[in-house]
Design a protein around this ligand. Structure first.
Ligand code: ADP
Ligand code: MG
Length: 584
């Protein structure tokens, strides 16, 4: 239960709806209660009129008409108030659901990359969909019925006690047994339906994998195998579904039997009591109605308990995400200008999860307005430098400074707004070409978009697409080539117009002439701005003001292209190999 306390702040936020809902529940219950009395009064009045001399058909029917219409009127009123009760309490639960989903999503956005490495996407999705829905069952239906039960019990039982204590005890006897039985049954139903759900998502995953991998399945002539896997999974699903149905079939008979037992007891004990003259015949009828009024709520105690338990388990999982603080701490909310040289001072970095030391004791300065080239083989730590500059991770040792300010003291938002980072895979979002280019900003300025596409050397290709800038990228959209993806990602960054460009190997799939054109554009674009160009191709970085050569996370050489060639080191060797392979 303690995990659900987290939600109390939301109850407080919607206290008006909650309070109003409770009042409506009380009113609805009062209207449910009185018809039982009308039945008793009708019974007693008819028996009385039968025993008196002037008994006529008309007097009996007028009694029946009077009580009949009263009962219908009260039933209608009860219905109206129940409608409003649902409108307030269930609406409140939907509002909280909305808030909670937003809160979780906001937290997801705030958490750092290392969080995403530790948690699977499926889990993240489940927290925000499955778990929130379960919590909503507690906020809405469970809460509403719980309030309803408390009020109903109080009203009905005090009414029953005022009529006959003995009868009340006997009649209530089977109800606790019912509550406990329903608890076990619904607990079982929940567990089994979770299993069914699990198997269903299993089937979906299998189907999805085979569909998206259909080329491989066919090329390996693996259709029969794929069919078998699917078949077995479906078989398992049916088996679990049948287990669920068996338990579910118990539910109603159980409740009906218990209500039956209570009713029989009411008639038997009530008959004896009325024979003794302790109660009237009408009281027996009244009691039968009370018993029926109590039976469903008692049954739902078990159901509510299991709902609350499930919600608590879900909220515990949600809390485990909500209560983490990002390991990348934003120390200031004020805007901090990003300017000056970028200085690496004895920077070392080790990836926490793999314990791989990616950078060792790095020292270099990127002068404001300059371009630095970072050269090295795959795995030498180039992308790690980019990650650290964007502060996706904090350095394990040493400092990175912008001007004279340590990176940790900069506003994270200012920092990232100032940086235009293009990763190697040039990740694009589903949506149109236009939306992808204008991704980083709230406004889309058409001629700026065209300009950016032109600078990234992709404008002609976009114009050749059937829908131009409205072409949908993504699952069902055009198939972009690797080079096109990279250039779109570059256009996205040109559109953003940042202070510091970081090109992380993002020209790798682009041919040499286009590459040189884009680099020239970058030079123009970043005249007074700094840029970091990462590549394992010498042609990409040779014009940088300064080049650092990374080997296994360490800087082994530093200088301009010509200086490095004169060094006759690793860089020179690679230049020989690369120029040979291109001239051949
Ligand atoms: P490069 O960009 O030069 O290819 P990286 O900076 O990506 O090199 O990688 C440097 C080293 O750090 C490699 O040994 C790599 O395996 C490791 N590494 C890179 N990214 C991660 C990561 N996200 N988690 C753990 N280890 C990583
Ligand atoms: Mg890399």
């Amino acid at each position: 239960m303690k995990h659900l306390q987290y939600l109390n702040k939301y109850f407080w936020k919607y206290r008006v709806l909650l309070g109003l809902g409770s009042v409506l529940i009380i009113i609805a219950n009062l209207f449910a209660l009185y018809p039982a009395e009308f039945v008793r009064e009708a019974f007693d009045a008819i028996i009385l009129s039968m025993n008196t001399e002037e008994n006529t058909i008309t007097s009996t029917s007028s009694i029946l008409l009077k009580y009949g219409s009263l009962i219908i009127l009260f039933a209608l009123l009860k219905g109206v108030f129940m409608y409003f009760m649902r409108q307030t309490v269930i609406v409140m639960s939907r509002k909280i659901e909305y808030d909670l989903k937003n809160e979780i999503y906001k937290q997801y956005q705030a958490l750092s990359i290392s969080f995403y490495k530790k948690n699977k996407t499926g889990d993240l999705m489940n927290r925000i969909s499955e778990d929130v829905s379960r919590v909503r069952m507690y906020l809405g239906p469970a809460l509403m019925y719980a309030i309803n039960i408390v009020i109903l019990f109080f009203l009905v039982i005090s009414k029953m006690l005022s009529i006959s204590t003995t009868l009340t005890y006997y009649v209530l006897l089977p109800l606790p047994i019912l509550a406990i039985a329903v608890y076990f049954v619904s607990h079982n139903i929940n567990r089994k339906s979770e299993k069914v759900q699990e198997q269903l998502s299993n089937i979906t995953t299998i189907a999805q994998e085979t569909f998206s991998g259909v080329k491989i399945v066919k090329a390996f002539s693996n259709e029969e195998n794929a069919l078998n896997v699917f078949f077995n999974s479906c078989k398992m699903y049916t088996k679990r579904q049948l287990q669920l149905v068996k338990i579910e079939a118990l539910f109603f008979p159980l409740i009906i039997t218990m209500i039956g037992v209570s009713t029989v007891l009411t008639i038997y004990i009530g008959g004896l009591e009325s024979f003794k003259g302790n109660i009237s015949t009408g009281n027996i009828a009244e009691f039968i109605i009370y018993v029926n009024m109590l039976a469903w709520p008692v049954a739902s105690v078990g159901w509510i308990t299991s709902l609350v338990q499930r919600a608590a388990a879900s909220q515990e999982r949600i809390n485990s995400f909500l209560l983490i603080t990002s390991d990348i701490e934003n120390k200031t909310t004020e805007h901090t200008p990003i300017k000056g040289d970028v200085v690496f001072k004895n920077v070392s970095f080790t990836y926490e999860d793999t314990k791989i030391q990616a950078l060792k004791n790095l020292n270099f300065t990127l002068k404001s307005g300059d371009t630095i080239g970072i050269f090295g083989k795959t795995g030498s730590g180039k992308s790690t430098i980019a990650n650290l500059v964007c502060r996706l991770y904090d350095c394990t040792a040493g400092d990175i400074e912008f001007g004279t300010t340590k990176i940790e003291n900069l506003n994270l938002n200012s920092l990232r707004t100032a940086i235009g980072y293009i990763p190697q895979d040039g990740y694009l979002f589903s949506g149109t070409v236009r939306e992808n280019i204008a991704f980083a900003s709230d406004t889309t300025i058409e001629n700026k978009i065209i300009e950016a596409a032109k600078k990234a050397d992709i404008l002609d290709e976009i114009n050749n697409f059937k829908d131009g800038f409205d072409t949908i990228i993504g699952e069902r959209g055009v198939q972009l080539s690797g080079g096109q993806r990279q250039r779109l990602a570059i256009a996205r960054t040109f559109y953003k117009n940042p202070e510091l460009f970081i090109f992380d190997n993002c020209l790798s799939a682009i041919d040499a002439t286009k590459e040189q054109r884009i680099l020239k554009q970058l030079k123009q674009e970043s005249k007074n701005k700094s840029s970091i160009i990462i590549s394992h191709r010498i042609s990409t970085i040779k014009d940088a003001d300064q080049i650092i050569v990374l080997e296994k996370g360490e800087i082994t050489e530093k200088g301009t292209h010509n200086e490095l060639l004169n060094n006759k080191g690793f860089y020179y060797k690679m230049q020989q190999i690369q120029s040979n392979s291109t001239s051949k």
